[in-house]
Ligand binder design. Structure first.
Ligand code: HEC
Length: 131
């Protein structure tokens, strides 16, 4: 019986590892996603990551080159939207969440870093995994 209680109390069972597609997934565009990944002063993804078909990625985070073979689209979405759900200590920013942020400049309060469409566009590019 105690194993069952342990299982039910296990945070990994309840932490959401996967985020379902948003309505903007229907209009996702990998080419827009490519441009967003390249926007160093905007998304900054390549400061920390390598990605397929893109030069000069960083190495502070795992390579995203074949991320689609390791993770489901829902798992990728969760990691971009709010990686703190999986690792509260992560230094990757939460790109689609407004929870738990401090000292946010007034004009940016209540806004996510990425729009819902931008989130889906980036996922479309990562799943396409060009050479
Ligand atoms: C400041 C560095 C940094 C930036 C900027 C950053 N990431 Fe990350 N990312 C990380 C780290 C570190 C991890 C590993 C997860 C952890 O910390 O637990 C990660 C993990 C991921 C993962 C999961 C990969 C895997 O194999 O598990 C994805 C997908 C991802 N990042 C996508 C992105 C995208 C897309 C952007 C831009 C919108 C971005 N990241 C920006 C540092 C960063």
């Amino acid at each position: 019986m105690s194993w069952l209680i342990c299982l039910l109390l296990s945070p990994s069972l309840w932490a959401s590892d996967a985020m379902p597609a948003t309505p903007s997934a229907a209009t996702a565009d990998a080419e827009r996603g490519r441009k967003l990944l390249l926007a160093r002063n905007d998304t900054g993804c390549l400061l920390c990551h390598q990605a397929s078909g893109l030069k000069d990625g960083g190495e502070m985070g795992p390579s995203l080159k074949d991320v689609g073979t390791r993770l489901s689209p829902e798992q990728i979405r969760q990691r971009i939207a709010d990686p703190r759900v999986l690792n509260p200590q992560t230094f990757m920013p939460a790109y689609f969440s407004t929870k738990g942020l401090h000292n946010v400049a007034k004009p940016l309060q209540g806004k996510t870093v990425l729009t819902e469409q931008a989130l889906e566009d980036i996922i479309a590019y990562l799943l396409k995994n060009p050479p």
